[in-house]
Ligand binder design. Structure first.
Ligand code: HEC
Length: 133
């Protein structure tokens, strides 16, 4: 009986977390994307072959982002996410092949989505934190 009650509690907590969790998932993805992305930019300039793995990591990090905007039914957010994923995939391929100039061009296309989506969907609250709009 005690075990059953505990299981019920865990389930209920899980449901609450899930409901409020979408924005948190987006935020934690962004916290990963930020440093990985700026590191990737530097690695492309330095012709560092480990850039390929970073680009792949970004592709993976954008998966919860894409899901979030799909759930929000925000077409532009979905498109920005899809473009970022597509371009980072290309960056990963090109950096693995040592095609640094093409990789840089693709990287620039990927990073225009950052500003595009932030401009449309991110706003700064009065306490200085970021919010989704
Ligand atoms: C489809 C929309 C979208 C795209 C594309 C996007 N972002 Fe974001 N990003 C957001 C939103 C919305 C927030 C605010 C989330 C929050 O804090 O609740 C955010 C927040 C951030 C933050 C702040 C995280 C924090 O709270 O500390 C960083 C850093 C960031 N994004 C980097 C990037 C970079 C780099 C790219 C491009 C490679 C990118 N983002 C692309 C929507 C997007």
């Amino acid at each position: 009986m005690r075990i059953l009650m505990m299981a019920g509690c865990v389930l209920a907590a899980g449901t609450i977390l899930f409901a409020a969790g979408d924005e948190a998932a987006l935020r934690s993805a962004m916290k990963e994307i930020g440093p990985t992305c700026s590191g990737l930019g530097k690695k492309i300039k330095a012709k560092d072959a480990t850039a390929s793995a970073d680009a792949k990591k970004l592709v993976a990090s954008f998966s919860p982002v894409h899901k979030f905007w799909k759930a929000q039914k925000a077409e532009d957010g979905v498109t920005f996410s899809r473009t970022a994923v597509g371009e980072f995939k290309t960056v990963s391929k090109l950096t693995a092949q040592g095609k640094w100039e093409e990789a840089d061009a693709s990287f620039k296309k990927a990073t225009t989505t950052c500003g595009g989506c932030h401009g449309a969907h991110r706003e700064k609250a009065t306490d200085g934190s970021w919010r989704v709009k």
